[in-house]
Design a protein around this ligand. Structure first.
Ligand SMILES: Cc1cc2nc3c(=O)[nH]c(=O)nc-3n(C[C@H](O)[C@H](O)[C@H](O)COP(=O)(O)OP(=O)(O)OC[C@H]3O[C@@H](n4cnc5c(N)ncnc54)[C@H](O)[C@@H]3O)c2cc1C
Length: 292
């Protein structure tokens, strides 16, 4: 009997993860599951736990590099209507973890609610953004979180309040494996002003990032008080390549996957960049991109 028997409508086997990541690289997931609600999700989590099968949560794959051997476990995607709901109550906003962050940003801007507008131009789901504490020069998602709904490894759903959580640069203290939803606390503002700020952020990003090429955003975290992109640039690595993987000429902390690139090309280029930066500046670059 199959591990997920009875869940055939939400479970597929050996699904290529290429189609689910921004880099369009990587091998298959042994199991690929799209639970329709919390009860089904709990069932999946418990079956994984009881059978010693590791599980991974996939958002939009905007910060993911999947290796060629893929994932020998279960990959869970929360894209059913239950996990993509958006509900406003005055300046409070409750959103399912699978919701497209860009959709949420647009909705809040239209309502003249400030707070999430600083995330304009960041692709991904709300769950992925919380896990990564996505953000940048204009602010990060953690600063407007009121509470987060999570599921633990025993399939129990619970809320974590803001004061229990720490949001740091590209990191949250949440220890539970699954983020189910988030309640944000936003600030009423002038819609025209919020929209203007979004335009400025967009224009800046369009001019400085390789938007049209396949990439996964910044590959490395910025070391304290330093810019990873500037270090890579000063190490003379703009345009460096391994197979089809190339360090972007536009932004040295972005790597482009040209057509025909393999995940192994990307991994080789990452280690070359790390080695050269360490040799030249004695700085160890930590990965921001998640490698599966
Ligand atoms: C063009 C481009 C520009 C970018 N610019 C920025 C930027 O300015 N700032 C920034 O911070 N990032 C940026 N990124 C990176 C990326 O957009 C963010 O990290 C985003 O939050 C990833 O969301 P995702 O849903 O795609 O997560 P994924 O890439 O699918 O997953 C990332 C991590 O989050 C976990 N995860 C996802 N969903 C859940 C969930 N529901 N529960 C638990 N864990 C979960 C995954 O397991 C994984 O560990 C950029 C990426 C691209 C391609």
């Amino acid at each position: 009997m199959s591990l997920f028997s009875g869940l055939d409508d939400i479970c597929q086997e050996n699904v290529s993860l290429k189609d689910y990541t921004w880099l369009r690289l990587g091998g298959p997931a042994r199991y690929f599951l799209r639970p329709k609600d919390e009860a089904q999700l709990q069932d999946v989590v418990l079956r994984c736990r009881d059978n010693g099968v590791p599980f991974y949560v996939l958002g939009m794959g905007a910060n993911l590099l999947v290796g060629e051997s893929g994932v020998n476990g279960a990959v869970i995607k929360l894209d059913s209507s239950r996990f993509t709901r958006i509900a406003f109550r005055k300046d409070r906003l409750t959103v399912g973890a699978g919701t497209d962050l860009r959709r949420v940003v647009v909705r809040t801007v239209r309502k003249g609610l400030a707070g999430l507008h600083c995330l304009a131009g960041i692709p991904g789901t709300v769950g992925g953004a919380i896990r990564m504490n996505a953000g940048g020069a204009w602010g990060d998602i953690g600063s407007v979180v009121h509470r987060v709904q999570v599921m633990n490894a025993d399939g129990k759903a619970l809320w974590r309040d803001r004061d229990e959580l720490v949001f740091e640069y590209r990191h949250t203290s949440l220890s539970e494996p699954l983020i189910l939803g988030v309640e944000f606390s936003l600030s009423p503002s002038d819609p025209k002003r919020v929209f203007q700020q979004v335009r400025e952020i967009w224009t800046y990003k369009k001019n400085t990032q390789p938007f049209r090429a396949r990439n996964a955003g910044c590959i490395f975290k910025n070391p304290r008080q330093m810019s990873a992109g500037a270090l890579i640039d000063q190490a003379g690595l703009k345009g460096a390549r391994c197979g089809g993987a190339v360090v972007s000429e536009r932004h040295a902390n972005f790597m482009i996957a040209e057509s025909g690139t393999k995940a192994s090309d990307m991994l080789k280029l990452i280690s070359i960049v790390r080695e050269k930066v360490a040799k030249k500046f004695s700085v160890h670059l930590e990965l921001e991109v998640q490698v599966w």
